[in-house]
Design a protein around this ligand. Sequence first.
Ligand code: ZN
Length: 307
Amino acid sequence: VSPQPPGALIAGVDAGGTTFKCALARLSGEIVARQRVPVTSPGETVNACVHFFEEALARQKGVLAGLGLASFGPVEVDPSSSDYGTILATPKPGWSNTPLLAMFRDRLGVPVNLDTDVNGALAAERRLGAAQGARSAAYVTIGTGIGAGLWAGEGFLAKPLHPEFGHIRVERHPDDLIFRGVCAFHGGCLEGLASAPALEQRFGDPAALPSAHRAWTIEAFYLAQACLTLYLSARPERILLGGGIMLAEGLLPKVHAAFADLLGGYLGLSEAGIAQLIQRPALGDDAGLIGALTLAQDAINETTWSG
Ligand code: ZN
């Protein structure tokens, strides 16, 4: 554990596709200030985050020791790469090849540690949330995009890369054969059919859809396929479904039912077993932010929150 000056604080950014959630915290992880920054251009967005941190640090009379970034993808997560922390080719306008980590490091002058938003959220859920005690777990976020992080054994799967689980192919729902899908690369991949923009294009604002709307039956069919693929390939003890879309009332039970249907009795999983396997994250909206603070701890070699 490296010695830190009195008043040392850490910063975390949960860098999502539409919002960057920022927090300043004590070394213990206790959050002392937070701010949501809407995503516009890379320069403007990073600038607004840095501005918040500088003001909050001045108010706290604190010294920043390190920053953790839990970022949307695709992003280079290999610390040995010269492009570490750079956003790769993305359909998100203006964001391809953005050196996100370097932009923050240059402005704040502290060690920065970056991983995917889903790995960050999964780290937080393993430590404090719904994946505590699970020997292997997956975290899937369903929002502007779809991504997944997987933990097994002693680490995240796919390192030094990260999974591109949002782009797996899925079987079409019989009532959803015409829609082209919104993925700029594949049309109707999982993200192309089940992300928030995909729902919005077919059915309008997802937040305004009643729980009995057929959109949720179709959505549950795709998410159940995603869970089944995860379960059959990696056999995680827990699959957490997070992101804005999962806030829809009644969606999780529909996913459970569709999952049971697709599994077809194989492996003898009971209804209760499926409900135990596939859950909502316990830390809710804060999982990514707490994950980012965990990454900040790692950045300054604190070992208190290991694993
Ligand atoms: Zn795709």
